[in-house]
Unconditional design. Structure first.
Length: 424
């Protein structure tokens, strides 16, 4: 019987290393990440990869003529159909490279959008990805890809004949964007109602954030006993998941597992997924999960911090750095890391796989929640001057009004201060 399974698209991954960029990522880990991104997309077979060093991007072709010819021969020999360039590519550069190499070109933004399209499951996620893709396509109406067979679903960036292509008309795209925004507004209103319902239940929110593949979902499963998909794959989970957890020596909390961040995250997606990441904006405590065994862990941490700042996460928000995957490290390196983490109250070294460090993490979350400040109105009689003086001494009084019976004070205090006040 004839096998009708579509043949995977043969892809080659290129990471351009811009020598003049002082902030460029380490080329080795960057290329590995790009290959992992390609592997996360169904229907692709990565047959090769490489780093290409360039002094400065050529405005028309990105690479120089010699490198273009060298790569053309290599791509032809390996029967490559799709080249994934791990970086920004202008529409002009893309069109010229496609003509030179007779293959389809996809840049980093297009690839990430494809992956998000493949993984989005909720109605909101699907709408947000489609809006981000349209915004991206709007600048690339020069494309005309009809020379490859269609292999899979998605946004049409990795497609060919048989797919419904967006009309090469910006007005049509703009009209579609308007329709999508209306649909998304309805979904966002529904989410707002859900959030309002959750707000009536006094559970603090603890959000897990971090670079993609840092082990957030594995940690989430370890803490909640849930079975959220956790794979060694970039963007294995996309839509946020929330579960209720009872802390051993503290209150019940809502634990939120969010989409992983990545360096050079498309600006279209930062804006589009703002609603999805609202749980982070509202979280009482943020746990920044890091793959501490990764050679580029510091660079990944900076990327996460940059995106969180762009999303508007308050710098004063309690934040715990969770150094995950210590089980992958050599004994000496692991011991050194655990010693360093032990010197910092807001750093915990853990292994989500083995469970090591979980007690210390839960203890630190409990401590942060005990330090949270809440607003409350209290009434004191004129004979309770000692209590009133204590409140002012603690600098928790926001406002004060006098009545016939005494003082009405608006205070902002921690649970610890509230407990101490009750014992006065």
């Amino acid at each position: 019987m004839e096998d009708r399974t579509p043949r995977p698209t043969r892809a080659w991954v290129v990471h351009p290393e811009l020598k003049s960029d002082a902030d460029r990522r380490l080329p080795g880990p960057a290329l590995e990440e790009a290959v992992a991104l390609a592997a996360a997309l169904p229907g692709l077979e990565v047959v090769g990869s490489g780093v290409v060093r360039i002094a400065r991007p050529h405005p028309g072709h990105l690479f120089g003529t010699g490198k273009i010819a060298e790569l053309r021969d290599m791509l032809k020999a390996d029967e490559v159909e799709l080249v994934l360039i791990d970086g920004p590519v202008t529409p002009v550069q893309q069109r010229n490279l496609e003509k030179e190499w007779k293959v389809k070109i996809l840049d980093r933004t297009g690839l990430i959008l494809e992956i998000f399209s493949d993984r989005a499951r909720t109605r909101e996620g699907v709408l947000q990805v489609e809006m981000a893709a349209l915004s991206y396509q709007r600048t690339r109406l020069v494309r005309a890809w009809t020379h490859l067979e269609r292999q899979r679903g998605g946004l049409g960036f990795v497609g060919g004949p048989g797919e419904t292509q967006i009309e090469a008309d910006r007005r049509a795209i703009d009209e579609q964007l308007v329709r999508l925004r209306r649909q998304l507004d309805k979904v966002v209103k529904t989410r707002a109602l859900h959030r309002a319902a959750r707000a009536k239940v006094p559970y603090p929110i603890v959000a897990l954030v971090g670079y993609t593949n840092a082990g957030k979902s594995t940690l989430f499963n370890r803490l909640t006993g849930a079975e959220v998909m956790a794979k060694d794959m970039l963007f294995a989970t996309l839509d946020p998941t929330m579960r209720r957890v009872k802390l051993p020596d503290g209150p019940e909390i809502i634990l939120s597992d969010t989409v992983g961040f990545i360096s050079d995250l498309p600006t279209e997606l930062v804006a589009a997924f703002r609603a999805t990441l609202e749980e982070v904006l509202e979280a009482h405590v943020v746990c920044h999960v890091r793959d501490i065994s990764h050679p580029a862990t510091d660079e990944q941490a900076r990327d996460v911090e940059t995106i969180m700042s762009a999303l508007g996460v308050d710098e004063d928000r309690p934040l715990i750095e969770v150094w995950n995957k210590i089980d992958l490290m050599q004994d000496d390196d692991r011991a050194g890391l655990e010693t360093r983490a032990g010197r910092n109250d807001d750093v915990v070294a853990v292994s989500a796989v083995t469970g090591s460090g979980m007690d210390a993490l839960l203890t630190r979350i409990t401590q942060h929640l005990a330090e949270l400040r809440t607003d409350e109105d209290i009434t004191l009689g004129y004979d309770e001057g000692r209590k009133r003086a204590w409140l002012f001494d603690q600098e928790v009084v926001m406002s004060e009004d006098q009545t016939e019976d005494g003082f009405v004070l608006r205070v902002r205090w921690t649970e610890t201060q509230k407990a101490r006040f009750s014992r006065l």
